[in-house]
Design a protein around this ligand. Structure first.
Ligand SMILES: [Zn+2]
Length: 438
């Protein structure tokens, strides 16, 4: 992706976000602050927020006359980190049985209310920004765009949503073709395209509808009995990614097999998602292109469980057994993320909530530490690295003067015990307190 296209992507993405309602000047006293996961933590800090942005960050002993007039928030006994960014959620999908029926019975209005509730669970867990990767159904898209707008305008409380619209796949691959053709046509998988011209049109349609980022399936789904190894042709991938970049949108390549992953990487995908079965060529391409890799370690752990007995229907009790067998095999091989980390590929945070319960996102941190990341690096995957992957590094990802005031507070030092991030006590998003259990 060219420098200009990256810049354009940043500018387009941040437009609707900074206008939402926020408290006036707020002075936050912070005992321990990890303003940037790449730097050492700071102690005894004053952070001032105005109109949703950080306007001052100084030593806690440096008190000034103007401080007295501001609303005070006391986080002196707390450990504060930047608000988390999750690059992979499904806000209209509760992790429960009945998905097939819900897909054909719920309207966009139904799903907007579902997504509001599920989004709030993500936010309460400290995820102030989430990327909704879509489901490929028109009702989902209606719900997500409406909710993104209502949240951005401050009419309802929820996480900042980066919307991928409908994932792209060719006819018959991945999420398409699961129902009778007449049913599929009625619920309209809007991301389906075949051939270069058709795919160029569909990318443009997604962006016209409001997509912030494009999600393209590079292989079949783990849910497919016979998984397609590479969905689109090389030519189709090239057109999809070129069109998205020309319109200032980054591209996530979501899928599993080396053939599909590598084809998407050769075409210039910015982010690779899931990818349990890459090969040596995948690592070479990711390093060469500075691609960010988003694995979902915790989701695999949660869905499969620890005992072979859970193979019948897993711990979630809604995934059929042939698919559980595949997930079980993935879980019991070394994770590709472990290799990615050793290869020097940047890892970013994605929980796949919707497959696992919304609000359980934070379990991914401990899994990232388990495969070798330092706690600070694990926090970086959900803050600075994730912001950079979206082109939002000037807005989000670290706590610095000028940036959006998204922050999370916990009761203990996350660099000593990463699991404390699963027990968030306080969340501020864009200068507004959205959770307070101090
Ligand atoms: Zn997913």
């Amino acid at each position: 992706m060219s420098g200009l296209a990256r810049l354009l992507a940043s500018v387009l993405l941040l437009l609707p976000w900074t206008v939402q309602g926020s408290d006036d000047a707020v002075l936050i006293q912070i005992g321990w602050l990890l303003s940037d996961p790449a730097r050492p933590p700071l102690e005894n800090i004053i952070l001032v927020v105005r109109d949703g942005r950080i306007t001052d960050l100084r030593d806690g002993t440096d008190r000034r006359d103007a401080d007295a007039g501001m609303r005070q928030v006391d986080l002196k006994d707390k450990y504060v980190v930047p608000g988390f960014i999750d690059l992979h959620v499904h806000l209209t999908t509760p992790a429960s049985p009945g998905g097939e029926l819900r897909t054909v019975s719920q309207s966009g209005a139904d799903l907007a209310l579902v997504a509001l509730e599920l989004g709030q669970r993500n936010l309460a867990a400290g995820f102030t920004t989430v990327v909704d990767l879509g489901t490929g159904r028109r009702a989902h898209d209606e719900a997500i765009y409406a909710l993104r707008k209502a949240i951005a305008e401050g009419r309802v409380t929820g996480p900042r949503i980066v919307v991928a619209g409908s994932p792209l796949s060719p006819t018959g691959a991945s999420r398409t073709g699961r129902y009778r053709p007449a049913v599929d046509a009625a619920i309209s998988p809007p991301g389906v395209c075949d051939g270069a011209d058709d795919c160029r049109r569909v990318v443009r349609e997604q962006i016209a509808a409001g997509a912030d980022i494009i999600n393209v399936y590079n292989s079949g789904s783990l849910n497919d009995p016979h998984m397609v190894q590479q969905t689109f042709t090389d030519e189709e991938f090239a057109v999809i990614i070129e069109t998205a970049h020309a319109l200032g949108r980054r591209v996530i390549a979501d899928g599993h097999t080396a053939a599909g992953i590598n084809a998407a990487l050769r075409a210039g995908a910015d982010i690779v998602d899931t990818a349990p079965w890459p090969d040596d060529e995948s690592w070479r391409l990711m390093r060469a292109n500075n691609t960010v890799f988003v694995p979902h370690l915790y989701a695999f752990e949660q869905v499969v469980g620890d005992a072979p007995e859970s193979l019948a229907d897993g711990t979630m009790h809604w995934i059929p057994s042939p698919i559980m067998k595949r997930l079980y095999d993935i879980k019991n091989q070394p994770y590709s993320a472990e290799r990615a980390y050793r290869e020097g590929v940047a890892l970013a945070f994605g929980s796949d909530t919707g497959v696992i319960p919304h609000g359980a996102n934070g379990g991914e941190f401990a899994e990232l530490v388990r495969i070798g990341l330092t706690p600070a690096e694990a926090i970086g995957t959900a803050t600075s690295v994730a912001a950079g992957a979206l082109g939002l590094e000037r807005e989000l990802g670290t706590l610095e003067v000028g940036k959006v005031a998204d922050l999370v507070a916990v009761n203990a030092n996350p660099l000593e015990n990463i699991r404390v991030l699963e027990h968030v006590r306080f969340v501020m998003k864009g200068g507004r307190v959205v959770r307070d259990e101090r």
